[in-house]
Design a protein around this ligand. Structure first.
Ligand code: ZN
Length: 386
C-alpha cells in the first residue's frame, strides 16, 4: 500500500473519532462521576463493552477470571496481527478518578471504534481489552497469567499525566509481607518472659537501612508497619510490616528481595521472634517497544502535540503494564491533562481528569493510538524486527 493510501486511511480514522467525540466525552464524564474502585468497576466495564457491542464488536465478558474484565474484538479483511487497546477504568478510594483512568478507558475504546471504520481495508484484528484493578490490584498480571494476551501481538494504552512523555521506565516491584511471632508478657513485671515481636520488625527496618547504601541507584525499598502491638504494658507477641522492593531490572529486583528477606531473618535470630514471609504480588518491569513508540510519536505529533523533554529514568513507579509488555510488543505513553505541577493521586488530578483539557487529551490519544495501529496492521515488521 502506498503512502498516500495510508495517509488517507489515517485521516478517515481521525474523522471517525471526531464524529464519536461527543459520545466518548459523555462516557468519560459518566465514568468520572461514578467512580468504582479496583475490581468493582461493574458500571464502567458494562458501559464501555456495551458501546463496543453496539458498534459490531464481539464481546466476551467476563474474561481471565475477573468479573469486570472484558474483551471486544473486530476482525479485518484477512490474516494479520492482533492489536489490542487496553482500557483501565478503576478509581481510587476516596479520591475518585485521581489517576484519570476514565480517560484511559474511553481513549482505548475510541481508538478501537475509529479503527473499526477502516478495518475492511486492513488485515488482522483489533481488540479493546478491559483491564480492571490497576490501582493496587495488578489486574493485568492476573489477566496475563490467565493467558488473555496469548493471541495478542501488540498492546497499547495512554496514561494521563502532568507532562507529555513518550516512554519512561517502570520498575519491577515485589510486595512482601513480613510477620513476627513472639511471646506476650507484662512489660514491666515479667519482661524476661517475653519475646518482643515489635523489636524484630524495628530491627528489620534497621537492617534494611544498613543494606540501603549498597543497592543500585534505580532500586527502592520502602515499607510500613501494619501491626506493632496492642498496649504499651504488653510485650508485643505479633508484629507485621509490608514492603515494596523495586528495581529497573527483574533479576536484580529478585536478588534484592532475597537480601530484604535476610534482613528479617537476621532480626528474627537477634530477637528470638519467629518470622514468616509472604510474597503478595509482583509486577514486571516495563519494556517499551521502541519502533512502536516512535510510530506513536509521529502520529501524536501529526495532531499538533509536542513531547516534553523528560529523563525516562526519573520520577518512575511501577505498573501492571510491565507484565503485558513481557508477552506482547507494548507502549505506555503519557499525555498532559493539566499544568506541569499537577500531582497524580490528588484532588487536583481528579479535577483535571474531567476537564476540557483532559477530554481533549483523551481524544488525541484515541487518534494517535488508532493511527499507530494502522501502521502496525499494514507493516507488521515494524514491531517484529527487533
Ligand atoms: Zn493510573
Amino acid at each position: 500500500m502506498n503512502e498516500d493510501t495510508i495517509a488517507e486511511i489515517k485521516s478517515a480514522v481521525r474523522e471517525a473519532i471526531d464524529k464519536l467525540q461527543p459520545k466518548l466525552m459523555d462516557l468519560s464524564e459518566r465514568i468520572h462521576r461514578n467512580p468504582e474502585i479496583k475490581f468493582e468497576e461493574y458500571k464502567a466495564s458494562q458501559w464501555l463493552s456495551e458501546v463496543a457491542e453496539e458498534a459490531g464488536f464481539r464481546v466476551e465478558k467476563p474474561i481471565g477470571g475477573l468479573e469486570t474484565a472484558f474483551r471486544a474484538s473486530y476482525s479485518g479483511s484477512g490474516e494479520g496481527p492482533t492489536v489490542a487497546f487496553l482500557a483501565e477504568y478503576d478509581a481510587l478510594p476516596k479520591l475518585g478518578h485521581a489517576c484519570g483512568h476514565n480517560l484511559i478507558g474511553t481513549a482505548s475504546l475510541g481508538a478501537a471504534l475509529g479503527l473499526r471504520e477502516v478495518m475492511d481495508r486492513l488485515p488482522g484484528s483489533v481488540q479493546v481489552i478491559g483491564t480492571p484493578g490497576e490501582e493496587g490490584g495488578g489486574g493485568k498480571v492476573i489477566l496475563a497469567e490467565a493467558g488473555v494476551f496469548d493471541d495478542v501481538d501488540v498492546t497499547m494504552m495512554f496514561h494521563p499525566s502532568r507532562k507529555t512523555v513518550l516512554w519512561k521506565h517502570a520498575l519491577a516491584r515485589r510486595k512482601l509481607l513480613i510477620e513476627f511471632f513472639g511471646k506476650s508478657a507484662h512489660a514491666a513485671s515479667f519482661p524476661e518472659k517475653g519475646i518482643n515481636a515489635l523489636d524484630a520488625t524495628i530491627q528489620t527496618f534497621q537492617n534494611i537501612n544498613a543494606l540501603r547504601q549498597h543497592i543500585k541507584d534505580d532500586a527502592r525499598i520502602h515499607g510500613i508497619i501494619t501491626h506493632g502491638g496492642d498496649a504499651p504494658n504488653i510485650v508485643p507477641d505479633y508484629s507485621a510490616s509490608l514492603f515494596y522492593v523495586r528495581a529497573r531490572d527483574d533479576d536484580y529486583c529478585d536478588e534484592l528481595l532475597e537480601k530484604v528477606k535476610n534482613c528479617a531473618r537476621g532480626a528474627s535470630i537477634a530477637t528470638g521472634a519467629r518470622v514468616e514471609m509472604e510474597m503478595q504480588g509482583a509486577y514486571k518491569s516495563l519494556r517499551t517497544n521502541m519502533p512502536l513508540a516512535q510510530t506513536f510519536k509521529a502520529n501524536l505529533e501529526a495532531l499538533g502535540w509536542d513531547f516534553d523533554d523528560v529523563d525516562p529514568t526519573k520520577e518512575i513507579g511501577s505498573t501492571d503494564m510491565g507484565d503485558v509488555s513481557d508477552v506482547t510488543a507494548a507502549i505506555h505513553p503519557y499525555l498532559s491533562i493539566g499544568p506541569k505541577d499537577l500531582v497524580g493521586h490528588s484532588p487536583e488530578f481528579a479535577e483535571a481528569a474531567a476537564s476540557e483539557r483532559g477530554q481533549q487529551a483523551m481524544i488525541a490519544a484515541a487518534k494517535a493510538l488508532a493511527t499507530t495501529a494502522v501502521d502496525v496492521l499494514l507493516r507488521p515488521s515494524l514491531f517484529t524486527e527487533l
